[in-house]
Design a protein around this ligand. Sequence first.
Ligand code: B12
Ligand code: SF4
Length: 478
Amino acid sequence: MKVKFILPALTEAKSPYWRPIKYSLFPPLGLATLAAYLSPDDEAVLEDEHVEELKLNDTPDLVVIQVYITNAYRAYQIADHYRSRGTYVALGGLHVTSLPDEAAPHADSIFLGPGEETFPQFLQDLRRKHPQKRYFSPVRTLTGIPPVRRDLIKRNYYLVPNSIVVTRGCPHHCDFCYKDAFFQSGKGFYVQQVDAALAEIDRLPGRHLYFLDDHLLGNQKFAAALFAGMRGMNRVFQGASTVDAILRGNLIEQAADAGLRSVFIGFETLSPKNLRISNKKQNLNRDYHAAIQRLHDLGIMINGSFVFGLDNDEPDVFAQTVNWAVQEGITTATFHILTPYPGTKLFQDMNAAKRILTHNWDLYDTRHVVYQTTKISAEALKQGYNWAYDNFYSWPNILKGSLTHDSLKHQLKHFAYAGGWKKFESLWNFVIKSRNLNAMLPLLESILSKVNRKEKLQPEPILPASLPELPVLTAFSE
Ligand code: B12
Ligand code: SF4
């Protein structure tokens, strides 16, 4: 059977003139995971529209498309195209799970939730010529999953070809998060077997890894065993955690020993009232400052994520948040305008209150205001959001943030890292077009080198000041 896997792109990511680096960071891991269920005699190709032109004049037997909210319209267009050519089309992913009835007219089969159970079942049904219209799997396990088909990934097109996930979901239940909608009616957090996770890591070339798990420290026992197994592997890695997990026990020290050099944290808001209305209980009454200090002491850089537009936000939220992040020495920040994704509790509440202003999913990219705001006008919210980015990434603030660290190496890393994220976009554009992003990996690895406590106050330049820093990898929320 000839099978084609497609990750469609949103318009911005396809521009021939300007491709923001964030779309060339990670390969389509979900699709490469699904491809592993094919038989050895099936022919598979994987095309990612974020980094390459799709070839649409073929007629495979099966096309498998992954649908996110911001690529949904493009995904439906591609699906309609292939169906008109007689190809069998399967649609799945987060947006299909949230709005199956919207997706169904564009597909022969749709899939709700994770694909590790349903996709192999579907392949079997298809070969027997009895595929179902709709698949849903209440079974959630990563036990015995086949190795990800990394051979289908064009590594040179990505800055971080070594992305990996060793868990699914998250133990928490924040109202604005995709997680409860995607994992509904089944387990919402589960982990791979430690040996299998270590074997997957071992298969990855080079040193650098990026764990895309929502919460790498979410299961303490699993994470401790994983980090113990990684200790001798000479890896450097990045991943995500919550504030409370960083404060609890000594898991974060174990992570640092295993090679954790930068961590993504969803601080979201500095307002306890906002945390409460978002059901982000795990951040309530947690000492953000203490968590940050602990990370800095371990030489771990922080990518902080913040949401603007929660109902208790006042017009001063932008300045307050940016000032705080700079003072705390947060290396990079991602700001989001609150976005109610369909299927979430936030969407349900806003819909019931008639606060949803548009159902144009292209605008649900966390950069547009799609709902009726309360204490800040929509214009002020959008302006404040833009201001926050400009201000946080201004040279004076990058310098100020860098100087909060007491090791010179950490200061330099912070300065280069944060500077590169916003200040070298044109250079990134050039590297992306030369199709040699992967060649930048050694640079990333050197930037993620260890900052030892004993290195404090010992000047040790790690980079010539003119080198571009990596944009990093803060381009998505937790
Ligand atoms: C990596 C990532 C990115 C990367 C790259 C995406 C890529 N190459 O796949 C980049 C940086 C480009 C990115 C950008 C954005 N992202 Co993003 N991203 C992620 C992240 C962290 C991990 C995705 C991943 O690889 N997961 C691991 C794999 C194994 O799981 P998976 O992809 O879901 O695939 C499984 C299932 O979905 C299913 N499946 C998927 N497709 C299909 C198809 C079929 C037929 C079947 C059977 C099954 C199936 O099977 C797979 C195996 O179980 C997720 C968070 C998350 N945990 O999912 C957010 C996430 C997907 N991003 C999100 C958003 C909003 C964005 C942005 C719009 C903006 C932003 N603020 O970040 C942009 C624009 C995206 C776009 N191009 O349209 C949201 C999506 C919300 C939604 N309802 O769609 C998420 C959930 C983050 C969040 N918490 O809100 N993102
Ligand atoms: S926002 Fe983060 S902590 Fe909250 S449920 Fe989603 S992944 Fe978990």
